[in-house]
Every structure is written in structure tokens, then in C-alpha cells.
Ligand binder design. Structure first.
Ligand code: NAD
Length: 477
């Protein structure tokens, strides 16, 4: 089998490889992917450092052309790359193709942004002096990504990093190297100079840790768990390095008495269970007011009966497998914890066998949960959600905000008053009204607050905040 290698200083390299396994069919090896060493990582950092002076001064047209070419190729190959994504991560094929299209759109967006780079010229408060405010690239950026969006998250970090003139050392999640390799290959062939984008696949404890220990990374943009995010933060203080951290969530979805029941059920089922509940914006706390509670639970249970859990590539599959054995164990452990804590298992909770050996778990709904239970406080990151019964809107808002996290927050209501109040008072970076908590646009800011995020927003023009540093120049006329 061919080994998909690391790209360091423009050369494909690496003989040590690990198998990329399909969670829908654990007999299938998607490919063999290089597993880099600490020395590989240091070489990649050195290559990115050497490439920075020229790339940081490259013309915006050159950046535009490369980013546009990449976006076009990803779009032209959306079915093939979507199938690769579905095979390595387990998202259903339509979800995987949708994510691939989004990656293409992100490259298109930043191809445009490259041509819109601008600064400000303002008068000084002192006579005969001019002031220019410009944005300059940061330097070498470390990009560390998780497994749950194998193409979109790498795209939304790589595209702005290049657009604003930075060079990159990119370390994708061990579980899903395939889409990352494909993006790097596409950008490399699109004409990036050697060393501008370096790919080092491999273990977090080796490749990731070597990046954290390096004094040569000017910034690290990280998406992943809270624990790893904290390590990134601590190491970065020591190196005086800029960071952008996107971490966990425990997102609430409030359903009020006056909600349109079908809108509420569609939004809640999507939020909690699509993409196998493995989205940082997934909702796992369904906070429902008394008057609609029983009807909502009954309708949700009926809805869950209609969702097929099966092989990600099979037509008609609504929910693919859990990503791997470890995550499956986490999910089933939390199901046991929920039962022990006194929540009532209203649907699911069982492993399922299908034609192929995979990590199949029924969507699982608890009722009679409280917001103090561990299943309501800790991120599970699987197809497991709980219904928390509340008296009224005020209690719903208080429970929604009573969490260490603050990524996305949703409400189903037909009341303008409550929707408006919720938009203003939800302690989250993103608020959804009559929509799932997950599912966001590529041209507007993405990110959270409290324990979910640290640093400036990703995506849209707000991305410039992290990937550039501001310079103020004074000139005597
Ligand atoms: P993870 O923290 O285990 O891994 C994330 C990345 O960090 C991987 O590439 C991993 O190899 C690397 N890593 C591990 N140890 C490291 C170390 N010591 N030094 C440097 N890098 C290291 O997270 P995961 O399991 O891949 O992803 C799931 C998590 O990601 C969930 O908590 C989820 O909520 C979060 N997530 C957040 C967002 C968001 O935007 N807020 C989006 C997607 C996923």
C-alpha cells in the first residue's frame, strides 16, 4: 500500500506509517499515513521559518490565485473527497460532501479576502505627521486540528493563514489524516512555494508537543478538547505566543411552550444526533418548559425511531458510526452514568450490529435529567442527549447559561419577546433561533466564550484578528 507522506520543505517524506481505519467497517483500511517524529516536526518548523520572509512579502494576486485554485479543485472533487471523509470519520455521505463544499467555499472566501487587504491612514493629533495603520502577517503559525471536521476545520485555519501571508506547520488529528493530506497536496500543486505549508501527521504527544515546545511558532490555532487546549495555552504564555483555542461545548437547546413542535423537534434532533452528535456545536441539553414537555418527548421519540444508523456510505443512512472504539466507550460509559444518576432512558442506549463491523450506537435520549448531573455538565461528544424539564422561560435561560461552556445556544419559540431576550442574554458565542445549534455559515465569525474558546474569532473577516498583527507607523511630512 502507498504511504501518504508528510510534506516538509516542499518534499514528501516519511516511512513510518499508521493505518487509517474506516469506523463504518473496521476491516477497511482507508490508507497508510505517515506518522512524524519530533525531528520531522522541528524540520517543518525550520522550513516554515525560512519560507516566511518571501511569502510574507508575496503579492496578493499570487495568494489569491493559489487559494482560488485550491477552492476550485476541492469543489470539482467534492464527491471523491466527501467519500474519503465519510470513510475516515464516519459522517454520512451527504454530510461529508456538504462539509467538503464548505471547505471549498472557505478557500474561495479567503481568495477574495487576499485582494481586499487594506489599512487605514489617519491624521496625527500632532501637526505635520501622518499615521498609517496596517496589518502584517504574524509569522509561522502552528495549526492543530481535531478529528470531527476533517476537511472544514483544516480549511478554515489554513486558508486565512495563507491569505494574510503566514507560513504553516499543520498537524491534523491522528484519526483522520486523509482529508488533510488531500488539502495539502492540492495547495502544493496549486503553486505554493516550498516550505510555506508543511504537513506533519502523527501523534499529539510527539508532533503536537514538539510544536508547543518550539520558540519559533508565532501563533498556534487549535481546535480540540479542553485538556489539550489548556496545554497549548500554558506553553504559549512561556513563548509569548498568540493563541486561538476552540474547545468543548455543552450546548443548550431551549424549547418553550409556544414553540412550533415540528420546528423544535427537527432542530433538536439535528442538533443532538446528526453527525453522530460529534459536533462541538451539538446540543446535548434539551431544556423544555412544562407545557410542551410531554408532547416534545413523545414527538422526539417518534422522530428517533425514523433515523437509520448505518454505514456512512449507504443511501438512507441518517447517522453514521461513532468515530472509534475509544469514543464509543466514552459514550456508553456516560449512558451508564446517566442511568446511575437517575435519568430515565427514553430511547436508545444500545450498540447495534450492521452488515459491516463498525462502532454503531443508537441515538440515545434521556428524560428526567437535571442540570447538575454529570451527563448535563460534561461534554460527551456522542449521540447522547438529555431532556431537562423547567417551569418557564426564566428558568430555561438560567439553566441554559448554567454551564462552564459557551459555544452555541438555541431556542425554539414563536415569541419575538423571548427570542429577542434570549439572543441578548444567552452566554454563548453563537445563538440560534428556531434552528439547530450546529450548522454555521463560512463568511461570518465562529467561536464561543467561557470554557469553550479563548482568543479571537475564526472565519469571515474576523479571522484577520488572529492571523495578523497590527502596525502603527508615524511619518513626519
Ligand atoms: P484532542 O484535544 O484530543 O486533539 C486535538 C488535536 O490536538 C489533535 O490533533 C491531537 O493530536 C492534538 N494533541 C493531542 N495532544 C497534544 C499535545 N500534548 N500537544 C499538542 N497537540 C496535541 O481533541 P479531539 O478528540 O481530536 O477533538 C474533540 C474535541 O474537539 C471535543 O472536545 C470538541 O468539542 C472539540 N471541538 C471544538 C470545536 C470548536 O470549534 N469549539 C470544533 C470541533 C471540535
Amino acid at each position: 500500500m502507498t504511504i501518504y507522506q508528510n510534506l516538509i520543505a516542499g518534499e514528501w517524506t516519511g516511512a513510518d506509517a499508521v493505518e487509517n481505519i474506516n469506523p463504518s467497517d473496521t476491516k477497511e483500511v482507508v490508507g497508510l499515513y505517515a506518522s512524524g517524529s519530533a525531528a520531522d516536526t522541528r524540520n517543518a518548523i525550520a522550513a516554515a521559518k525560512a519560507a516566511f520572509p518571501a511569502w510574507s512579502r508575496s503579492g496578493i494576486w499570487e495568494r489569491h490565485v493559489i487559494l482560488k485554485k485550491a477552492g476550485d479543485e476541492i469543489m470539482a472533487r467534492k464527491d471523491e473527497l466527501g467519500a474519503l471523509l465519510a470513510r475516515e470519520e464516519g459522517k454520512t455521505l451527504p454530510e461529508a460532501i456538504g462539509e467538503t463544499i464548505r471547505a471549498s467555499q472557505i478557500f474561495e472566501f479567503f481568495a477574495g479576502e487576499a485582494l481586499r487587504l487594506a489599512g487605514e491612514v489617519v491624521p496625527s493629533v500632532r501637526p505635520n505627521i501622518g499615521v498609517e495603520i496596517t496589518r502584517e502577517p504574524l509569522g509561522v503559525i502552528g495549526i492543530i486540528t481535531p478529528w470531527n471536521f476533517p476537511i472544514a476545520i483544516p480549511a478554515w485555519k489554513i486558508a486565512p493563514a495563507l491569505c494574510y501571508g503566514n507560513t504553516i506547520v499543520f498537524k491534523p488529528a491522528e484519526l483522520v489524516p486523509g482529508c488533510s493530506w488531500a488539502i495539502v497536496d492540492i495547495l502544493n500543486r496549486a503553486g505554493l512555494p516550498k516550505g510555506v505549508l508543511n504537513l506533519v501527521m502523527g501523534k499529539g504527544s510527539i508532533v503536537g508537543q514538539t510544536m508547543l515546545d518550539s520558540p519559533d511558532l508565532a501563533g498556534i490555532t487549535f481546535t480540540g478538547s479542553v485538556g489539550t487546549g489548556k496545554r497549548v495555552a500554558v506553553s504559549s504564555i512561556e513563548h509569548n505566543r498568540k493563541i486561538q483555542l476552540e474547545m468543548g461545548g455543552k450546548n443548550p437547546m431551549v424549547v418553550l411552550d409556544d414553540a412550533d413542535l415540528s420546528v423544535a423537534v427537527e432542530a433538536a434532533a439535528n442538533s443532538a444526533f446528526f453527525s453522530t452528535g460529534q459536533r462541538c456545536t451539538a446540543s446535548s441539553r434539551l431544556i423544555v418548559t412544562e407545557g410542551i414537555h410531554d408532547r416534545f418527548v413523545a414527538a422526539m421519540t417518534e422522530k428517533l425511531k425514523t433515523l437509520n444508523v448505518d454505514h456512512a456510505l449507504k443511501t438512507g443512512t441518517h447517522i453514521g458510526p461513532v468515530v472509534d472504539e475509544r469514543q464509543l466507550k466514552t459514550d456508553t460509559d456516560y449512558i451508564e452514568i446517566g442511568k446511575k444518576e437517575g435519568a430515565k432512558l427514553a430511547f436508545g442506549g444500545e450498540l447495534i450490529s450492521r452488515d459491516t463491523p463498525g462502532f454503531y450506537l443508537q441515538p440515545t435520549l434521556f428524560t428526567e435529567a437535571t442540570n447538575q448531573m454529570r451527563i448535563s455538565r460534561e461534554e460527551i461528544f456522542g449521540p447522547v442527549a438529555s431532556v431537562i424539564r423547567v417551569k418557564d422561560y426564566d428558568e430555561a435561560l438560567a439553566v441554559a447559561n448554567d454551564t462552564p461552556f459557551g459555544l452555541s445556544s438555541g431556542i425554539a419559540t414563536t415569541s419575538l419577546k423571548h427570542a429577542t431576550h434570549f439572543k441578548r442574554n444567552a452566554e454563548a458565542g453563537m445563538v440560534m433561533v428556531n434552528l439547530p445549534t450546529a450548522g454555521v455559515d463560512f463568511h461570518v465569525p465562529f467561536g464561543g466564550r467561557k470554557g469553550s474558546s479563548y482568543g479571537s474569532r475564526e472565519q469571515g473577516k474576523y479571522a484577520a484578528e488572529f492571523f495578523t498583527t497590527v502596525k502603527t507607523a508615524y511619518t513626519l511630512a
